[in-house]
Write a protein that binds this ligand. Structure first.
Ligand SMILES: C[S@@+](CC[C@H](N)C(=O)[O-])C[C@H]1O[C@@H](n2cnc3c(N)ncnc32)[C@H](O)[C@@H]1O
Length: 293
């Protein structure tokens, strides 16, 4: 089962507020500094989902931008363009929307967004990388295997393409803590690491692998933590989305009846705590900005 079908579009949108607050400012500033003075940029967003990277950055990057979304799920990309059109209008942009392309304009600003329904693992066949200034990926690389990443990372290094990758999963904690948390969090993480047709995804090892991979190739790596803070009553909806996601994933990794009973009790208690606004969840991610010049 793919992540995109496990999650849902509403969750991607719900995440936006928490993703935005989590983003590591030092890493982001390193990226802005790198492109300082540029008038136009072409950005490829890998596993672009509902377009949150673009929504977060399009007012922070230069006046002329071309975004190319690479996403395997076409319905998600279609939704992304509609979402960006809606959000652009709210920010006073004129919008021109046709099929797989959206143009947002306001005064001298022009943001063009298109999507390709493809795997970013085939990036070289899908996009002319010589015309790209920045590759971006958010909450994506933990889904692929180390050998897949090696191939992909080597292409970026060879092409000397900067990479901004954010929200790479490392760990999750609940407060208050329960004795069973570690056991069931491990079940969830084992879902991320399960055997798939391409091998095992990097899962929680992703940030460490990425930093190590690029540093050993002498690339310049700015990295730092980014944390989702889902606290109390205001985060109820997001906490419910998250534990639902964990429930579906972990259930697939539990075969024994006694483990299943314990898991059901654990889950039920978490949901009660969320309803009472009495649960905080902290998801630890890492952001990286990589250049190789
Ligand atoms: C966890 S979501 C993150 C979405 C978005 N980057 C964000 O931050 O909201 C991961 C996305 O990557 C897409 N995806 C997974 N593997 C992919 C691949 N090999 N090529 C392109 N998209 C992929 C999924 O369909 C999903 O939309």
């Amino acid at each position: 089962m793919k992540t995109a079908t496990l999650a849902n579009i509403h969750w991607f949108d719900e995440r936006f507020e928490y993703d935005s607050k989590a983003r590591n400012q030092k890493v982001e500033q390193a990226c802005f500094h790198h492109f300082y003075g540029k008038k136009s940029m072409t950005i490829v967003d890998l596993g672009s989902g509902t377009g949150s990277n673009c929504l977060y950055f399009f007012e922070k990057f230069p006046a002329e931008q071309k975004w190319i979304f690479i996403e395997t799920e076409e319905n998600i990309s279609e939704y992304a363009l509609k979402r960006l059109s809606r959000e652009g209008e709210k920010k006073g942009y004129q919008t021109k929307y046709s099929g797989d392309a959206l143009i947002l304009t306001k005064e001298e600003r022009k943001i063009e967004i298109t999507y390709r329904t493809a795997s970013f693992l085939d990036l070289v066949d899908v996009v002319n990388l010589d015309e790209v200034d920045l590759v971006m990926a958010s909450a994506t690389f933990d889904l692929i295997s180390f050998p897949q990443f090696c191939v992909f990372g080597s292409v970026l290094l060879e092409k000397k393409l900067p990479l901004l990758t954010t929200l790479n999963y490392a760990e999750i904690n609940f407060v208050p803590e329960e004795p069973s948390d570690i056991f069931f969090i491990e079940k969830y993480e084992s879902y991320m690491n399960r055997s798939q047709h391409f091998g095992k995804a990097m899962g929680k090892k992703c940030p460490r692998i990425l930093v190590d991979f690029f540093q050993k190739q002498n690339a310049k790596v700015e990295f730092g933590s980014s944390i989702w803070k889902l606290e109390g009553t205001p985060a109820k909806t997001m906490n419910h989305h998250l534990v639902k996601f964990i429930e579906i994933a972990s259930t697939m990794m539990i075969n024994e009846d006694d483990e299943k009973n314990l898991f059901d009790t654990w889950m039920k208690e978490k949901k009660i705590k969320i309803d009472n606004g009495a649960m905080n969840t902290y998801v630890q991610y890492y952001d990286l900005f990589v250049t190789n010049e």
